[in-house]
Design a protein around this ligand. Structure first.
Ligand SMILES: [Zn+2]
Ligand SMILES: [Zn+2]
Length: 160
């Protein structure tokens, strides 16, 4: 059986999970750029690792983003794609614009956000983001699932 570590990382880096976001999730490495942190946070959402998401919020933002709310959101969504649109940073601040696709209650949703990151100590943290309006598309039971499995939605993850 293939271990999770050998599978390609859900952030679409084309690397294995072990070579990519797993090191960050395990605390064996720190993100070198805001984009790396953003990717690892996306994968943490997809893998429902709420602790990691909480810990990578900037300190001042942790109070507004309690662990149970992060966990609830991650549990209620099926994350299916991450697209990085742009990323840039200097010594202590950075931005990443991205679009995440996810399924929530039979809707195909997009989160298009321009996030701000700051350095705390030596580590990049997520500060906040500007969210752009997107459309939600209803997924019919017999539609091909938008996750790319090739199955009908009702056979894929209707219970999400
Ligand atoms: Zn990754
Ligand atoms: Zn699916």
């Amino acid at each position: 059986m293939t271990s999770l570590s050998e599978l390609s990382c859900l952030c679409n880096s084309q690397k294995s999970y072990a070579q990519c976001c797993e090191k960050l999730h395990l605390g064996n490495a720190h993100a070198k750029t805001p984009e790396q942190l953003m990717r690892s946070r996306y994968v943490a959402y997809a893998m429902k690792k709420a602790d990691y998401i909480y810990q990578t919020y900037a300190h001042d933002k942790q109070i507004e983003n309690p662990l149970n709310e992060i966990a609830e959101f991650a549990e209620s969504c099926r994350f299916i794609n991450l697209k990085i649109i742009l990323s840039d940073h200097d010594e202590n601040t950075g931005i990443v614009e991205f679009c995440v696709s996810y399924i929530f209650q039979n809707l195909l949703c997009q989160l298009h956000e321009k996030s701000r990151f700051i350095k705390e100590g030596n580590n990049w943290k997520y500060l906040d983001g500007e969210i752009f309006p997107t459309d939600e598309v209803h997924i019919g039971r017999n539609d091909t699932c938008p996750c790319g499995s090739g199955k009908k939605y009702k056979k894929c993850h209707i219970n999400v």
